[in-house]
Ligand binder design. Sequence first.
Ligand code: NAP
Length: 314
Amino acid sequence: MRMKRLGNSGLKVSVVGLGCNNFGMKIDQAATDAVVAKAIDLGITLFDTADVYGNKGGSETMLGKALGARRKDIVLATKFGLPMADGDLMKGGSRRYIMNAVDASLKRLGTDYIDLYQMHFPDPDTPIEETLAALDALVRSGKVRYIGSSNFAGWQLTEAWYIANERNLTKFVSAQNHYNLLDRKIEQELVPAAKAYGASILPYFPLASGMLTGKYRRGADLPNDGRLTQWGERGKSILSDANFDLVEKLTAFAEARGHSLLDLAIGWLASQPHVGSVIAGATKPEQVEQNVKAGAWELDAEELAEVSMMSFRF
Ligand code: NAP
């Protein structure tokens, strides 16, 4: 497994990570144990969850149990900020909320430190100074090792860097955002900001929720247990003719080089210097195996340029 540095930090992460949002949602503890065991066996070190995943707390609890004593061998990433209960006090980026949220996550995960603590969404009601100061206190206390952003715009990441720099506070080393071959919007503003200010991109929805795995074919029956099938109308909007047009071109490009569409979806992301780790979700150990194999394809500069031209449609 190839390793990459996360942003300007000294932290190394596996180029393919594991997204854990299916735990406690689509899959139970036994299936979670099997997915996590396979990921560790194959050299995945970055495990990405969030307090809200799995019906508020289920994913962290199941991941903590599945890791057990192997927790010390991996990089554990979680998030805070999305509502954990009704009302104004159980969400966001206030100092009060963060101090409670981190303890609740540590308890569910069964650990005494989080390697990467990410702000799930920007909080328009809290000055970013307050959030950064609270996160810096967590790093100084040892509860958290590194901090990351998620769903920030380029200007928000830049603003956070300047404020942290001015006040000598810990800086974000990662930016987790929607990014895949069907959706490259972040290349306009966020990616240049992340490059300039020392944060690696952690792409979410790298497989477009399954559209880039090859298991959905134009005109064919939908697989019963696939996420896009189960998502109904939302799934249909991803299974659009325009997306199939691009998917078919990408499939032809990959197959001409002895690879699959899935290899290209993950390999293309993993080959970009600004990407830290591709955190693909999985519901079965076989999927983890395929996703890890896909990360081994390092596209050369010519291949990267060709795929980038083919999928350009901002
Ligand atoms: P994704 O990686 O695009 O899609 C993953 C889904 O595709 C799996 O759950 C599985 O679903 C299917 N799949 C995966 N590997 C496959 C394979 N080899 N063959 C066939 N199907 C395969 O999307 P994601 O898992 O939602 O996103 C990745 C991670 O990003 C999440 O787990 C989460 O940690 C994070 N995330 C973050 C945010 C944020 O706001 N920061 C938002 C969303 C996600 P089925 O088996 O059900 O089809």
